[in-house]
Write a protein of this length. Structure first.
Length: 143
């Protein structure tokens, strides 16, 4: 589904805590650029990686369900075929985050179907950093 800048601005103005699935602090990797940007933009970022215990100097968790606090948005840096399993995991979070965001190049009709009927936005094939930066530059969202 396509969302307008106004809808994204409303969403991002409410988001405080973001779980980044597939988090890696390898310089030059898109996930590293986006993760660092989100931290610098003032979000509380929680890295999720099955093997790493720390990313960006922050504690990392093996799965979404291992995170000991609520998150507002889940940002996925995983291959499309991994997204349905993450959608199932997402639905076990309580409270349910407001958004399941698949980064640029990631589209998963199956994950979208799993999440349909729930009070959550499903965003595919968009970069959270780019959208946030654009909305900040227009004054739609505060930095």
């Amino acid at each position: 589904m396509l969302y307008s800048d106004k809808e994204l601005a409303v969403l991002l103005s409410k988001v405080k805590t973001i779980a980044v699935v597939g988090a890696k602090d390898k310089p030059g990797q898109p996930v590293d650029r986006v993760g660092r940007y989100l931290i610098d933009a003032g979000f509380r970022v929680i890295p999720v990686h099955p093997k790493r215990t720390e990313v960006w100097g922050l504690p990392a968790y093996p799965t979404l369900n291992d995170i000991p606090e609520p998150v507002d948005l889940v940002d996925l840096f995983r291959a499309a075929e991994a997204c349905p399993a993450h959608a199932e995991e997402f639905l076990r979070l309580s409270p349910l985050p407001c958004c399941f965001w698949m980064q640029s190049g990631i589209v998963s009709p199956e994950a979208r179907t799993i999440l349909s009927g729930h009070q959550t936005l499903v965003i595919e094939d968009r970069c959270l950093m780019v959208d946030h930066r654009n909305l900040v530059s227009t004054g739609s969202v505060h930095a």
